[in-house]
Each structure stands twice: as C-alpha cells, then as structure tokens.
Write a protein that binds this ligand. Structure first.
Ligand code: ZN
Length: 157
C-alpha cells in the first residue's frame, strides 16, 4: 500500500508540474505523438549533442495524467544520457509494462507507472512520449542536414 501511494504521488507530481515542459528551437528535432484512444497529444523536442548524447529534451501537449507523467519522467531520466542508453531504456520500459520483464533499478521513478500493467488500455498513454522519442532520435539533426558547417565537421573525432 505504501508503495502504491508513493507511486501515485510521483505520477500526480509529474502530471501537475511536468519537468522539461516547453519547446526547443531548431536544430532540435521535433516529433508528434497522438493517442486517439484517450485524446493524448504530445510534441517532443530533442537536441542531440555532438558526443551522441541527448543534450536537451522538452515536450508540450495536452494529455491525461498517465501520459503527462510518463513523458515528464522520461525527459528527466534521459536528459544528458547517451542516445543508445535512452533507446535501451525505452525497450526496458516497454518490456516492463507489457511483459514479465523487470529491468530493476535502471527504471528509477518510471517504476511509478507499474500500475499501467493492470490497465492495458492505458498502455498507449504511458508509451506515447516514448514512441515520439524513438521517432525523434531516428531523425537526423537539423544542423547535419540543413546547414553543414565547417566547425561541426572539424569536431568529429
Ligand atoms: Zn491518456
């Protein structure tokens, strides 16, 4: 029971005061997510660092508490992490919600969404931001495609 209450308070906290809420200007990439089952709509902005990390990540949108909290927890968790690690976390989190997998402490506060396991119809709410993340990380950054600069080429290792 105590754990349930803790999880509940984490979700409510992030739903009411979402972290990293806002927009990012290009060259940050942008990705949209829409969940017609619930009406959740999220726009995610990701700026990749030259060293292959998630330099900055923000989101905006109108969504239910589960969706907001999941997106907020996601941004807090992946900011500053290598892109590969962010993608691995997405796989671990999806596995955690849909199957018997439990990646353990790596999930951190994302464990607060464990309740979704009992409500499969809310799965899309909890994973919407993550799908947008995967989509965003697959896109080339604006600086690489639109305006290749001598300086960015020069910093390649
Ligand atoms: Zn929802």
């Amino acid at each position: 029971m105590e754990l349930d209450e803790l999880y509940q308070s984490i979700i409510l906290d992030h739903a009411r005061r979402p972290r990293n809420f806002g927009e990012l200007a290009p060259p940050a990439v942008r990705s949209e997510g829409y969940n017609p089952l619930c009406g959740d709509q999220i726009t995610l902005y990701v700026r990749k660092g030259p060293d292959g990390t998630v330099d900055e990540v923000r989101f905006t949108g109108q969504a239910c508490a589960i969706c907001m909290a999941s997106a907020s927890l996601m941004t807090a968790q992946i900011k500053g992490k290598p892109v590969q690690e962010a993608l691995r976390l997405e796989r671990e989190f999806s596995g955690f919600l849909t199957g018997p997998d439990d990646p353990g402490p790596a999930l951190g506060n994302l464990r607060a969404l464990a309740g979704v396991k009992r409500f499969p119809q809310r799965l899309r709410c909890a994973t919407l931001g993550w799908h947008a993340l995967v989509d965003a990380l697959k896109q080339p950054t604006g600086s690489e495609t639109a305006e290749p600069e001598a300086s960015s080429r020069g910093t390649q290792p």
